[in-house]
Design a protein around this ligand. Sequence first.
Ligand SMILES: O=C(O)CCC(=O)C(=O)O
Ligand SMILES: [Fe+2]
Length: 334
Amino acid sequence: MLEMSNLESYPPLFRHLSASPDELTTNNSMEDSSSSSSVPIPVVDLQCLSLEKLGEACKEWGVFRLVNHGIPPSLLSKLEEHVRMLFSLSFESKQALQTNPLSYFWGTPVLTPSGAALRGALNMNWLEGINVPLTQLPLFQTEDPRLEDFRHFLEEYGRHLSRIATTLFEAMVKNLNLCPKQSECSLDESTGFIRLYRYPSRSSVNKSLGMMEHTDSSLLSIVNQDQVGGLEIFKDNQWLLVNPISDTLLVHIGDMMQAISDDQYMSVKHRVRVNKQEERVSVCYFVFPEKGNVVHSSKYKPFTYTEFQQQVLNDTKTLGYKVGLQRFKLDAPV
Ligand SMILES: O=C(O)CCC(=O)C(=O)O
Ligand SMILES: [Fe+2]
């Protein structure tokens, strides 16, 4: 059940579903067991960056922990504090953020900006989020000093993330030894955006996903999760829990990076499990190729990120899920 004290901060549909748990019996195949033991996710040190270790992690796992990333721990904890504060605002106040460059969403936003296109409550992500396009953050005007502080923290965090993503991308391009045509497709810092998430706790339902399984469409995604945990990656046919480690970031290879690398790097499938007792927050950064850049690969038809994104949107609307890179395989049906 959602916390009573905080009830007015949740979207009305969540309050309703929480009161009648049977409606959210998902078909998300949560029966498969998930190991709660810590898994040996590779660790990459940004200060002493080894191309070999980085390459191995991207090829075998598609995900790694990043240490010595240069973000002060005090900034990370301030950010988490402010994310919690922001989500604890009333549902109406969060909806009002919509008028700023920020946008507030909940459930499964691709399908349902307003919650209208849900097929019952099946497959609904049990989360609320705030989308922050970093280049537009200076336009965020507020009279509320707490939100003003929040903007500053986000701006500072965004600068760190741009630096980290660029450093990692350049190292990956070196590690892959791409031919000039492949390396034409480059990371565009101005595409970077941050998503803040809150996954409400859900003690009354046994089987529930906060976010359904997916791969990210980005070049790289960088996740900063709190100590509650719940993020799982799919490897060797099983779901593995990614235990949170404080002051450590998690970097995912996205679909665009997989395509550029000729499938040498893997865009890792992942999902988020809801915690029964505690709500979880995370701060995720995504970055993409330059708009007009064509992805050239021996495995895929040439395509731009804009075309990819359009295809994902069409598939999500018509099929209810993302097909992803398979659509662009050289031998894919037209
Ligand atoms: O909240 C998380 O830890 C992961 C979120 C995620 O996978 C995404 O936004 O694509
Ligand atoms: Fe993701």
